[in-house]
Design a protein around this ligand. Structure first.
Ligand SMILES: NC(=O)c1ccc[n+]([C@@H]2O[C@H](COP(=O)([O-])OP(=O)(O)OC[C@H]3O[C@@H](n4cnc5c(N)ncnc54)[C@H](OP(=O)(O)O)[C@@H]3O)[C@@H](O)[C@H]2O)c1
Length: 279
C-alpha cells in the first residue's frame, strides 16, 4: 500500500514539530513546512535520533504569503498527492482590546485564520482529484471560550471554528472530513516567543495594567500544569487513522470539563467564576 502523505504547517516547533515526528514514526511521508529553514535543526536532530528523518521532507511555507502558497501548489504538482493537511501554524495575539491597533488584529487573522484558508484552498484541488483526504485544523479551548487579554487570539480561533463547520459540510460529499482539535494549555513556544502582547497594555500608564498583571500571575502560576505536546501529537496520529472522525476533539487535562461547564451554566455565573479566579 502507498504511504500516506501529511502536510503540516509550522512544523519547526511545538505541536507541529512533534506531529511531524509522530507521523513519521507511524510511517507517513511528512511534508514538514516552516517559514524559516534556519529553524529546522530541532526537528532534524530529534528525527535523526528517532531514525525517522527519511520520512520527512522540509519545505518553506509562510502561510501569510500568497507567493509562498503558490510555491506550495507547484511543489504539490511535482509531489503528486497529499492525504492529510494539518493547519497548525499560528501565534497568540494578546493585550486589552481598547489598546490593540487594528493592524495587530489584522495580522493575527492573517495568520491564524486567512493563512489557514489560503493553505486549504491550495491543497483541496489535490484532495478532490484523489477522491479522498482529511483536514485537521488546530483550534484551541480559545475557540470555545473567550478569555480577557487574549481577544485577537480568541477571535481568530472562534472564526476558525465557524469556518471549519461550514467547510466540513461542504466537503462531506467529497469524503474529506474536516476536524477541529481543541487543546487546552501545553508546553510550547506559543506562551513565550509565540505570544505577541500589544505594547500599550504592558505599560504602567495603561488603565488595564493591574488586570494585565493579574492575568500574567494567574497564567504563570498554572504553567507547570501545561500538557506535553508530544502526547497531543500522538492523539492526532490516532485521530487521523479513524474511519469516521468526529468534528471536534478536546485535548488536555481539565479542558473538556471547562468547556462543558461554560456551555451549560448561565453566562452570569460563568463571568463570576472567571473574574473570581483571576483576582
Ligand atoms: N500550546 C498551546 O497551549 C496551544 C493550545 C491551543 C492551541 N494551540 C495551537 O497550536 C498551534 C501550534 O502552536 P504551538 O503551541 O505549537 O506554538 P509554537 O511552538 O509557537 O508553534 C507555532 C508554529 O507556527 C509557526 N508560524 C507562525 N506564523 C507562521 C506563518 N506566518 N507561516 C508559517 N508558520 C508560522 C511558528 O513558526 P516560527 O517558529 O517561525 O514563529 C511555529 O512553527 C497554533 O495554532 C496554536 O494556536 C496551542
Amino acid at each position: 500500500m502507498e504511504k500516506k502523505v501529511v502536510l503540516i504547517t509550522g512544523a519547526n516547533s511545538g505541536f507541529g514539530k512533534w506531529m511531524a515526528l509522530e507521523f513519521a514514526k507511524a510511517n507517513y511521508t511528512v511534508i514538514a513546512s516552516m517559514r524559516d529553514r534556519n529553524k529546522s535543526k530541532p526537528l532534524i536532530d530529534i528525527a535523526t535520533k528517532m531514525g525517522v528523518m527519511s520520512n520527512i521532507e522540509i519545505i518553506i511555507l509562510d502561510i501569510t504569503s500568497d507567493k509562498s502558497v503558490e510555491n506550495l501548489t507547484l511543489y504539490l504538482q511535482e509531489f503528486g498527492r497529499v492525504d492529510l493537511l494539518i493547519n497548525n501554524a499560528g501565534y497568540a495575539g494578546a493585550g486589552f482590546s481598547e489598546e490593540i491597533p487594528i493592524q495587530e488584529y489584522q495580522l493575527q487573522m492573517d495568520t491564524n485564520f486567512f493563512g489557514t484558508i489560503r493553505v486549504t484552498q491550495a491543497v483541496l484541488p489535490f484532495m478532490r482529484k484523489q477522491g479522498q483526504g482529511m483536514i485537521i485544523n488546530m483550534s484551541s479551548i480559545s475557540g470555545e471560550i473567550g478569555f480577557p487579554g487574549m481577544s485577537p487570539y480568541v477571535s481568530s480561533k472562534f472564526a476558525l471554528e465557524g469556518w471549519s463547520e461550514s467547510l466540513r459540510l461542504e466537503l462531506a460529499p467529497f469524503s474529506i472530513p474536516v476536524i477541529l482539535i481543541e487543546p487546552g494549555s501545553f508546553q510550547t513556544n506559543i506562551w513565550t516567543t509565540g505570544k505577541k502582547v500589544t505594547e500599550k497594555s504592558t505599560l504602567a500608564t495603561s488603565p488595564y495594567f493591574t488586570y494585565m498583571n493579574q492575568l500574567d500571575t494567574y497564567l504563570q502560576k498554572n504553567r507547570h500544569k501545561d500538557g506535553d505536546p508530544r502526547e497531543l501529537a500522538r492523539k492526532v496520529v490516532a485521530i487521523a487513522q479513524k474511519k469516521q472522525p468526529k468534528m471536534r476533539y478536546v485535548v488536555g487535562k481539565g479542558t473538556k470539563s471547562t468547556i462543558l461547564v461554560k456551555r451549560i451554566i448561565p453566562w452570569k455565573w460563568w463571568e463570576k467564576i472567571v473574574l473570581f479566579i483571576l483576582k
